[in-house]
Design a protein around this ligand. Structure first.
Ligand code: NCD
Length: 320
């Protein structure tokens, strides 16, 4: 197994072989999660703390379940009730938690780069559960697993990522992962929601859904990240749905067996038609949620192995 990382901060730092290692192990956890008894002991005795400075439903639930199924002691720090509200800095909070000897720290934060900064201050393995517009590595890995299971491979596919690309860490992590695995990437959305200079990244950019979806194997929809917008990026939601919302008509331009994805939370009637999102013949949105738990189990398992090995080497070094 190849997985050398000490933290999981972004897809940027992973080699293709490390990505494959996570996906292969996650496949095994999918099987475990489908059994009645889902317990494993690979994190037994370890402490996992989830720190979510930004709201989350599925990511936090998924990390919590993943840690519990692997036997860790899991604590969810409720930021709303913590000293953060009293003005404590991110680093002070992290140092306080670090003194309690956690082994795995799962962090979501609104500022890009905050999780990397935190990782440089603590002694445990840090997992990025989304930082600003920067990265959301476990989302890209669970998307990759969903695609690999639906299409039989995660290479040489045409993947269309549609909507609010500019504000999306999901798009960014997916772009990096899909690029590393040698896929063809199309970005579709209004020019106001495209990051500047994106054309230089070896991707094709479209502002017309029907043209952009032509021949796509995978159609990934994104939420309009209004909380990260500081002005009028779109004329109106109705107009946006008309031009960029995915419905059966627009999807008919993709390959007949193209799959539809969405990381959630979904705004029905804004970026996606509700019936299409629920169509189990096209939509793999529920599979993404299922794969999320398995991928997070795999990531924490691999990081815990590296942490144990590192601590073992340290003890051995102190003995000589
Ligand atoms: C995404 C996120 O938080 O970046 N959601 C998620 O993790 N499932 C996408 C979003 O908020 O739109």
């Amino acid at each position: 197994m190849t997985f050398r990382a000490r933290h999981l901060l972004g897809i940027e730092h992973l080699a293709p072989l490390e990505i494959t290692t996570v996906l292969d192990l996650a496949d095994r956890y999918v099987d475990l999660n489908r059994r009645t008894v889902k317990q494993s002991d690979v994190l037994a005795g370890m402490t996992q703390i989830n720190m979510f400075f930004e709201n989350s439903t599925r990511t936090q639930a998924s990390f919590e379940l993943a840690g519990k199924r692997l036997g860790a002691d899991v604590m969810n720090m409720s930021v709303a009730q913590s000293s953060v509200k009293k003005g404590e800095t991110l680093i002070d909070t992290a140092m306080t938690l670090n003194a309690m000897h956690p082994d795995l720290l799962v962090v979501r934060h609104g500022a890009s780069g905050a999780v990397n900064l935190l990782a440089s201050k603590v002694n445990c393995a840090v997992l990025n559960a989304g930082d600003g517009r920067h990265e959301h590595p476990t989302q890209a890995l669970l998307d990759a697993l969903t695609i690999r299971r639906a299409k039989g491979r995660i290479q040489r596919l045409t993947v269309a990522i549609c909507g609010d690309i500019a504000h999306s860490r999901v798009a960014r992590s997916n772009l990096i992962l899909l690029g590393k695995m040698e896929n063809r990437i199309r970005l579709i959305g209004p020019p106001t929601l495209m990051p500047a200079g994106i054309g230089e990244f070896g991707v094709e950019v479209y502002d017309d859904m029907k043209k952009g979806l032509e021949g796509a194997d995978v159609v990934m929809m994104l939420r309009l990240q209004k909380e990260r917008m500081d002005g009028g990026f779109i004329p109106s939601e109705r107009e946006y749905y008309h031009r960029y919302g995915l419905d059966a008509d627009k999807l008919s331009h993709a390959k007949p067996d193209a799959i539809v994805m969405h990381p959630g939370p979904m705004n029905r009637g804004v970026e996606i038609d509700g019936d299409l999102a629920d169509d189990i013949n096209r939509s793999v949105i529920q599979d993404q949620v299922e794969m999320g738990v398995a991928v997070r189990m795999a990531c924490m398992d691999l990081l815990a192995r590296n942490l144990r090995a590192e601590r073992g080497r340290k003890i051995a070094g102190e003995m000589v």
